[in-house]
Design a protein. Structure first.
Length: 365
């Protein structure tokens, strides 16, 4: 079947006007999630201080000049300002649902502090009409989901509409499920099947689009305006390598350390020598102290640490090959997670890298 991608990211821009002083995101995450459920993902998301006229003018001008579809998410009190600027720039007029369409540009206004006359579902329907969506596909990306759970979720979703096609690929615990629907599939039925899949796999999901795990994490860090630091032992810089492969990561990546030896863990991260002697380098306590050592100086907002036994042989502690601990620290607390991984040395380290990136994503989400 000839398919079109359901992720219709055709020059869509979201402008979120917020109170910069209190770092208020005004429910923007919910709006972004609702658009994703409708199959739309934004090429650009800008956060603009609504009490700064220069920022407002720049953001609106950039959106109207560079994107086909601009979604404005703002307080109700800004409705007049937004409409006046958009009409002056592209012409036309807004309808009763706060929707303007003129010269190939669509402008939609959603209110952050009152019931919206224009709903996200209305916007998605307009975009469907614009891009002639008749058939396509959606994606569900997961990390750590057991294979039997994925198959059970797929079978449950397929029972809703047997003509749906599911393509599953997996690499070191990072799975991509592609859901393909035909032109004879009612969108309401497709949405129901996709919701069934998402509901069953919810705690393992990091994206509803075909995007890499590291890119999704970097996106979220930028959205949260957070910086991340990494301390690796047995993953040997693999996490850092994945992060720096993403363009623009310098905005959010503070530092990466490869503290392989106990001496480095103590000297560079402040891991207590008694912790290393009592519990060993591969332990929950060491992973936690490694992550804490990165965040305690206040230069980052979240940190990741890894320590484990990659094999093919164990160390002199007789701990099993594949034993892995991942530490995640935020400014308000630290947690360490234990995994018993299996397979080759590469399989163990690559799976640990995916789990570490996913845990960081879940913690700041």
């Amino acid at each position: 079947m000839n398919t079109a991608v359901y992720n219709k990211s055709n020059k869509c821009c979201l402008l979120v006007f917020r109170n910069k002083k209190i770092n208020d995101f005004s429910g923007a995450d919910t709006v972004i999630s609702e658009f994703a459920n409708g199959g739309y993902y934004f090429d650009k998301i800008s956060y603009v201080a609504f009490n700064c006229s220069a920022e407002i003018v720049f953001a609106l001008k950039d959106g109207l000049e560079n994107y086909e579809n601009i979604v404005i998410y703002c307080p109700k009190a800004m409705e007049g300002t937004m409409k006046d600027f958009a009409v002056a720039a592209v012409g036309g007029e807004f309808d009763g649902l706060n929707f303007l369409k003129s010269d190939g540009i669509s402008v939609f206004i959603l209110f952050s502090d009152s019931n919206n006359r224009l709903l996200v579902s209305d916007i998605c329907n307009e975009l469907d009409k614009r891009y002639g969506v008749n058939h396509g596909c959606a994606y569900v990306k997961t990390v750590g989901a057991p294979q039997n759970l994925i198959m059970s979720a797929v079978n449950s979703a397929k029972s809703i509409w047997c003509e749906l096609e599911f393509n599953i690929s997996e690499s070191y615990g990072d799975a991509k499920i592609e859901v393909v629907y035909g032109s004879n599939t009612p969108k309401s039925i497709f949405d129901r099947a996709l919701r069934e899949l998402v509901t069953r796999l919810d705690k393992y999901i990091y994206a509803l689009e075909d995007i890499s795990l590291e890119e999704r994490l970097v996106q979220l860090l930028k959205l949260r305006r957070m910086k991340i630091a990494v301390a690796e032992s047995f993953t040997g810089g693999g996490i850092c390598k994945r992060l720096v492969s993403i363009s623009g990561v310098s905005e959010v990546f503070y530092e990466g350390l490869n503290t392989y030896s106990n001496e480095a863990k103590a000297a560079r991260l402040g891991v207590d020598e008694m912790t290393l002697k009592r519990f060993g380098a591969v332990s929950e306590q060491t992973a936690a102290e490694m992550a804490e050592g990165l965040i305690k100086d206040g230069n980052c907002d979240v940190s990741i640490s890894t320590t484990g036994i990659a094999g093919p042989k164990s160390d002199n502690t007789n701990k099993p090959v594949g034993l892995t601990y991942i530490g995640i620290a935020l400014k308000d607390g630290t947690q360490a997670f234990k995994y018993q991984l299996c397979g080759s040395r590469k399989n163990i380290t690559e799976t640990a890298i995916n789990l570490a990136l996913f845990l960081a994503y879940k913690f700041i989400k």
